[in-house]
Design a protein around this ligand. Structure first.
Ligand SMILES: Cc1cc2nc3c(=O)[nH]c(=O)nc-3n(C[C@H](O)[C@H](O)[C@H](O)COP(=O)(O)OP(=O)(O)OC[C@H]3O[C@@H](n4cnc5c(N)ncnc54)[C@H](O)[C@@H]3O)c2cc1C
Length: 509
């Protein structure tokens, strides 16, 4: 009999959120246009900003390089919460009690804002209020958990300490934030896009922004040869496609993680859970018809492009689901990446201190469901009222404090190391591949990446990343070429999938 890992691997990688929703069909931009506000990126950040700004009365256009909501926002676990791991103890040290309080308050407001939007627009997206837990199974981390509860409570956040969770294993202790939420992110976002268009907004798909020229107005040029003139541009492209002198490549890094949608023998009535220690295990339920449920189980994070066998991460999660929840079937599995700023506070606001017409919202450290709503509230307040109460905390042009310098140096040394190691790695010239296999090799005297598909077609690309020239590496789980330096990702034929690169890899064969 086939085991669960083999049965799961027969199916292609596919996000549950995408598999259970329709596709979109907005037109591509086909002429030069003018608007008040251009938003680049149609994920949760772009669409939430678009919705609020349109309601505020601005003329708003959203463009996306592919189809909207097909990227990170539909590869998430979609917990809507202000409990971002054990954030508050470190925020108090970094930005003081007032700053940490504001961070907590605006993220709590974000949950209510999402709920209000759902009610206002009658959106059916499996939204439900749930408690959210960060737990530890190790004595070593108990003190950290207790400190987080104390600190969060003192900031006025809905925190309690718990030892008894509805999980099939015991924990030493957990921070619980009450009255948090979960939803089906793509059901929500497709309806949010519809509401935006109903209110008079415009969406263009298959329209990639490649540069912004800032004069009295911003002129954004697109790959299909047209341009958009706007008073303001909001960059919601996950990794900023335009840097504006903010050096974001050196100030944020990407980590991938893996998710499963599991049919299991052991069911839980609700709650959202994540372990503090590694290997991270994230768990929530997703309701199905007739009182049935899926468990969404995630974890296994690692830096993008820095792993030797990505498939191993799926195997570890499947084993966890089998051992602990008696998993029966895994109909869906997917992986994705999110960016983190060096001091672990997202970038929201004017992209740099002297580019006041260009805004950035990015680097959410895998907490983008609330943080995207936070970005929308802050940017709307700046544009409509000239100021936001919370803007100082998230300012992309903030002075990098000493406590993030350690991360800054470590991450950038890591980039240099990856760049050099990639160039020195000796590679075989043997081009014989099994169907479904991809690997780096020498081709025509050049470092190359080759992949053979199941029909026997061979694709060979130059592995030099088009962003800053590092060597991309094979990702066996997603069948993609991933850059270990700044997380650009390319398909087997070199097409850009995501990340900072704007041009495809050169195709050699
Ligand atoms: C595995 C995983 C689990 C997660 N779980 C949670 C969770 O439980 N709770 C939570 O709060 N957060 C979670 N997150 C984080 C959250 O999913 C992300 O922070 C969020 O989805 C980012 O949204 P976005 O709109 O900024 O980016 P995206 O959804 O990636 O959207 C960016 C869009 O910009 C477009 N684009 C890019 N470049 C261009 C260009 N040049 N021109 C035009 N368009 C462009 C892309 O096509 C894309 O559609 C998780 C993340 C991961 C990876």
């Amino acid at each position: 009999m086939q085991n669960l890992i083999d049965k799961t691997f027969i199916k292609p990688v596919e996000s549950y959120w995408i598999a259970t929703t329709p596709t979109t069909n907005y037109p591509a931009l086909s002429e030069n246009i003018k608007t008040d506000i251009l938003i680049v990126g149609g994920g949760i950040t772009g669409l939430t900003n678009a919705y609020l700004l349109k309601k505020e009365g601005f003329d708003v256009v959203v463009i996306d390089s592919g189809r909207i909501t097909m990227s990170t926002s539909s590869h998430t676990t979609a917990k809507i919460t202000s409990l971002h791991d054990l954030k508050y103890s470190s925020l108090i040290k970094q930005i003081g009690t007032d700053g940490a309080k504001k961070y907590g308050e605006i993220n709590e407001t974000a949950i209510t804002m999402i709920e209000d939007v759902i009610k206002e627009n009658n959106i059916s997206c499996d939204f439900s209020r749930q408690p959210n837990y960060v737990y530890t199974r190790e004595d070593n981390y108990l003190q950290k958990i207790e400190d987080e509860v104390k600190n969060a409570e003192a900031l006025g956040l809905p925190a309690t300490f718990e030892t008894s969770l509805e999980l099939p294993y015991s924990v030493k202790g957990a921070v619980c934030f009450h009255n948090q939420a979960q939803f089906h992110p793509r059901k929500y976002l497709l309806e949010l896009a519809n509401a935006f268009v109903r209110n008079g907004g415009h969406i263009f798909e298959n329209t990639t922004a490649i540069d912004i020229h800032e004069d009295r107005e911003c002129k954004t040029s697109t790959r299909n040869g047209f341009s958009i003139l706007s008073a303001k541009v909001i960059i919601a492209s996950h990794f900023p496609f335009y840097d504006g002198g903010g050096f974001f490549s050196a100030r944020m890094y990407a980590e991938r993680s893996y998710s499963l949608a599991v049919k299991a023998n052991i069911k839980i009535s609700g709650g959202m859970y994540i372990s503090y220690e590694d290997p991270t295990r994230s768990i929530r339920t997703q309701p199905l018809e007739e009182d049935d449920q899926l468990l969404i189980i995630g974890g296994e994070h690692h830096k993008t492009g820095k792993d030797n066998d990505e498939k191993e991460h799926y195997k570890n999660l499947i084993k966890f689901a089998e051992d602990n929840f008696k998993a029966l079937e895994i109909p869906y599995r997917w992986s994705a990446q999110d960016y983190t700023a060096m001091n672990e506070i997202p970038f929201i606001g004017h992209i740099t201190a002297n580019k006041l017409n260009i805004f950035l919202a990015a680097a959410y450290q895998k907490w983008g469901m609330t943080t995207s709503a936070v970005s929308a509230m802050i940017i709307k307040d700046i544009l409509a009222k000239g100021k936001s109460e919370a803007e100082e905390i998230f300012k992309p042009s903030r002075f990098t404090p000493v406590d993030s310098a350690k991360n800054f140096i470590k991450e950038n040394l890591d980039v240099v190391e990856s760049l050099i190691a990639g160039k020195l790695d000796p590679l075989p010239e043997d081009i014989s591949l099994e169907p479904g296999e991809g690997r780096a090799l020498m081709y025509d005297g050049k470092k190359a990446g080759a992949y053979k598909d199941m029909e026997g077609n061979i694709f060979i690309v130059d592995t030099t990343c088009k962003h800053l020239g590092c060597e991309v590496r094979w990702n066996s789980a997603e069948k993609s070429w991933d850059c270990p330096c700044h997380a650009s990702r390319y398909s087997i034929d070199g097409t850009v999938l995501e990340g900072p690169a704007l041009k495809p890899l050169d195709r050699l064969f």
